[in-house]
Write a protein of this length. Structure first.
Length: 339
């Protein structure tokens, strides 16, 4: 009970990429870069084991950004044709690449890194992929002409990739859909259908991560504008609860999400975010336990997986490590308390 896991990314060591940046530059190239990615993955797997994380991840050490790691290996995208786009409902403007033709995988995308990570640990392994709606909110479209249609095309590619990764021994495949909170209506209209297509027929556990984003300035300001109660989840939780996705990963620590909304997901396992990624202050185990106990008012503890709120990529490495240890210790405290 109360098995711990992480939402996804962990900071890259400074010998691998520029630290504390969301879009860092790699420090190395060629074979040296590939070896450094593996070394960083191994370090994080072992650090998670030591911290008491039960379902570990490679920490996304092989990709510069959670969406682009996948997109770089997809054909039909013109990386030279940059389009200025206000993403996550205009929360920030970035230059994004453009879809200019039918998309397809050039080949297996994450198989090598998964094979490597799988061989390093006996614990259950989690792997994260960007969700189809979030991909479509991070890339411009000059081909499909309809976002739902483009999302379905990406969902088919994601599903091919996810099936291969599950066959390599991944225990949990999680799709990251921060765009759900920016477009709650569209999530109900087509986002969840695309997500289910991406997860169709997977033999492993499936999860979706729906958060309020990394702890960067644009997100912190956006959160300030959302008022005393964040109720975005309320619009699409009933549809998500009716979906075939197994687990939902949520932001609970220091968030203004009314925890009563968790009651809308009564048929799902919940990855309860008990580590705030928007502050460098490391939680105490008691604080982690208090967040989990607050969630337990609405969720049976048998369905709770203590987790981080979101990816920790932009945090200093020592801070992220401290937070992992706090997560492990907080869950242990609560398990002891519950007997
Ligand atoms: Zn997140």
């Amino acid at each position: 009970m109360l098995e711990t896991t992480v939402a996804g990314s962990l900071p890259k060591p400074s010998w691998l990429a520029e630290p504390e940046k969301l879009w860092p530059q790699w420090r190395l190239s060629g074979a040296e870069l590939e070896q450094a990615k593996r070394d960083a993955t191994l370090i994080w797997i072992k650090e998670q084991e030591t911290a008491g994380i039960d379902i570990v991840s490679g920490g996304e050490q092989f990709r510069i950004h959670f969406v682009h790691g996948f997109l770089e290996q997809v054909e039909g995208i013109d990386w030279q044709k940059k389009t200025k786009m206000g993403i996550r409902a205009n929360r920030y403007v970035v230059d994004v690449p453009t879809v200019t033709g039918p998309i397809g995988r050039k080949g297996p995308i994450h198989a090598d890194e998964v094979r490597y990570a799988r061989a390093q640990t006996a614990r259950r392994l989690k792997f994260t992929l960007p969700g189809p709606m979030t991909i479509c909110d991070t890339i411009a479209d000059a081909h499909y002409g309809s976002r739902p249609e483009m999302a379905m095309a990406f969902a088919r590619l994601l599903n091919d990739e996810a099936r291969e990764l599950a066959a390599l021994g991944v225990d949990v495949i999680q799709f990251d859909e921060p765009a759900f909170n920016a477009f709650p209506r569209e999530t109900v209209d087509w986002g969840i259908a695309a997500l289910e297509r991406a997860a169709a027929g997977l033999a492993c556990t499936t999860a979706v991560h729906v958060c309020y984003g990394y702890g960067i300035k644009a997100n912190i300001e956006w959160k300030r504008s959302l008022g005393a109660e964040w109720r975005q989840y309320e619009t699409f939780f009933p549809a998500l609860n009716a979906s075939r996705i197994g687990q939902v990963s949520l932001e609970c620590a220091n968030s203004r999400v009314p925890l009563s909304l968790l009651g809308l997901l009564k048929d799902k396992d919940l990855l309860v975010g008990a580590i705030d990624v928007a502050t460098e202050t490391v939680e105490t185990p008691e604080q982690v336990m208090a967040t989990l106990q607050a969630a337990m008012e609405f969720v049976d503890p048998a369905r709770i997986y203590p987790c981080t709120n979101c990816g920790m990529a932009p945090l200093p490495r020592t801070v992220a490590l401290g937070k992992l240890k706090a997560l492990g210790a907080g869950a242990r405290l609560l398990r002891e308390k519950l007997g």
